[in-house]
Design a binder for this molecule. Structure first.
Ligand code: NAD
Length: 473
């Protein structure tokens, strides 16, 4: 679906004209994205300014991972963790020194794990205030914190939780320039699980993910190595609703990272589904998930393939009506496909031991499931139910190294949103930090990250890919 403001934004002459005439048009920033496969050095050439405590295990992992990913690091002169074996680990600045006039950075990283009382929060201001203006468009901000629940005192709890409010607000301020901000909440002991998250959230793959608080935990038992390149080599992934939209984009990215993908969609979408599967060397599975025997049939087919490592529950439908006008069939279908099928299929696959240790379950929720939406009582109930399911299932599978997460897209340009009335569509696009809709591949990027071995620390989480939509938590 065309976005005229975004198209205008792509033309420098049009941007300049809008600025000269002082037109009140919020021209969104064209986002930088990548379709390149995962590589060893995704941050090659990116200048990252690092500040904060930079001590202990967090600091050491940060230094090692930024260096290994190819970043050009500028760090605080006192940050000893950057005095590694390689001399070129970082360029040094004095603690309160800002970058030189005209010098730009691609990312700002702040280690806030040492913030133990409200007075210490002043560090945030001292680091970000002088340097924020140096962040170039489509830049990245990543803060590292600790869970407030593990705080040694109530005052420490206050300081830890303050980071979340800071990040969510900063994301809104920098979104107009296409930049994003996230908080990685690192449990004690989960530091070795940080590198893949740093690569993802500091790179171009997280273009439409912003204002998220991402838990990095020790909950799921370690299962496999974090390989930066071809992380899904040799794995089998099932994607439901694979014929189009977010599902088709997910098939493409999982396959690009080495997975053999089983593409499931309804029998009436055979031609489209087969096309997607053929393009990515996948396998077609035709099944209407609303049918009562669907879980058995899918499990039978997976058994023939020897089981799966990744399951992406993406198939979804809407049947919008106010509750007063909604037919029983509209209620039933949405709950059956979006929620009951997710629960029943997962249960059957687990009962029959078809999901391997170290596996991944990713469920598509929605911002509507967080905030609710007029005319979507059925849809929002189903998508909120998915979040509850993920939170309850994750601890049960943690011992086997299996992670279970929910991804909540906001406004993504697909046929689902293309069917909206024009005015509502326009408002939905603009009411977000990034001021535009996302693309199916933006959701696919987050799903693929969660499917990789490197995302072992993220489980039971709800992550939004919504461009910082103003609705919902
Ligand atoms: P889409 O309509 O383009 O694709 C959904 C796919 O699911 C289709 O190929 C469809 O045939 C398949 N499907 C539907 N019912 C099925 C059934 N009974 N059995 C098997 N397959 C079935 O939708 P999309 O925009 O790509 O959305 C994908 C997921 O993301 C959905 O769960 C949706 O609720 C969620 N989501 C999308 C958006 C958005 O803005 N597009 C926002 C929030 C959440």
């Amino acid at each position: 679906m065309r976005d005229l403001l975004l198209e205008l934004s792509r033309r420098p002459a049009a941007r300049a004209l809008v600025r000269r005439l002082g037109l009140p048009l919020p021209l969104p920033q064209v986002l930088e994205r990548t379709r390149e496969p995962y590589g060893e050095r995704p941050l090659e050439g990116r200048r990252i300014l690092v500040g904060g405590a930079l001590r202990g295990e967090v600091g050491a992992v940060l230094a090692r991972s930024l260096f290994a990913a190819g970043a050009d690091v500028v760090a605080n002169r006192r940050a000893q963790v950057f005095e590694g074996p390689a001399e070129a680990w970082a360029r040094r600045l004095d603690p309160l020194e800002a970058l030189a006039e005209g010098e730009h950075v691609d990312g700002l990283v702040f280690d806030g794990t040492g913030l133990e009382d409200p007075a210490a929060l002043r560090w945030l201001y001292d680091f970000f205030h002088p340097n924020l203006g140096r962040l170039r468009p489509c830049g990245r901000v990543v803060l590292l914190g600790r869970p407030a629940t593990s705080a040694a005192s109530p005052a420490a709890g206050a300081a830890k939780r303050a980071l979340e409010g800071f990040v969510r607000s900063l994301a809104k301020e920098i979104g107009r320039r296409g930049s994003t901000a996230q908080l990685l909440v690192v449990e004690e002991g989960a530091e070795p699980r940080l590198p893949a998250a740093l690569r993802f959230f500091l790179g171009a793959r997280s273009a439409f993910v912003t204002a998220q608080s991402v838990p990095i935990t020790t909950k799921a038992r370690a299962a496999a190595d974090d390989r930066a390149a071809r992380p899904l080599e040799g794995r089998v992934a099932l994607v439901t609703g694979a014929a189009r939209g977010i599902g088709a984009a997910t098939v493409e990215q999982l396959a690009t990272e080495g997975a053999k993908v089983v593409c499931l969609d309804r029998p009436e979408d055979e031609a489209l589904c087969a096309e997607v599967a053929r393009a990515h060397d996948g396998v077609v599975m035709l099944q209407d998930l609303a049918e009562s025997d669907a879980p058995d049939r899918v499990a039978d087919a997976l058994a023939v393939l020897g089981g799966a490592d990744v399951i992406v529950h993406n198939a979804g439908v809407t049947r919008d009506k106010t509750l007063a006008r909604m037919s029983p069939a509209q209620w039933e279908l949405v709950l059956a496909v979006n929620l009951a099928a997710v629960v029943r299929l997962t249960e059957r696959v687990l009962e029959r031991e078809l999901l391997r240790d170290g596996g991944r379950v990713v469920c598509l929720s929605s911002v509507a499931g967080i905030a609710g939406n007029f005319g979507q009582t059925n849809y929002a109930a189903s998508k909120a139910g998915v979040i509850g399911y993920v939170q309850a299932l994750a601890p049960l599978l943690a011992d086997r190294g299996i992670t279970v997460n929910a991804v909540a897209p906001g406004f993504i340009e697909t046929r689902l949103t293309g069917a909206m009335p024009v005015a509502i569509r326009e408002v939905a696009r603009r009411l977000s930090a990034l001021g535009q809709g996302g693309r199916p591949e933006d959701v696919a990027q987050l799903v693929t990250f969660l499917a990789t071995p490197g995302a072992q620390g993220v489980t039971g989480a709800l992550l939004r890919v919504c461009g910082g939509a103003f609705v919902g938590a």
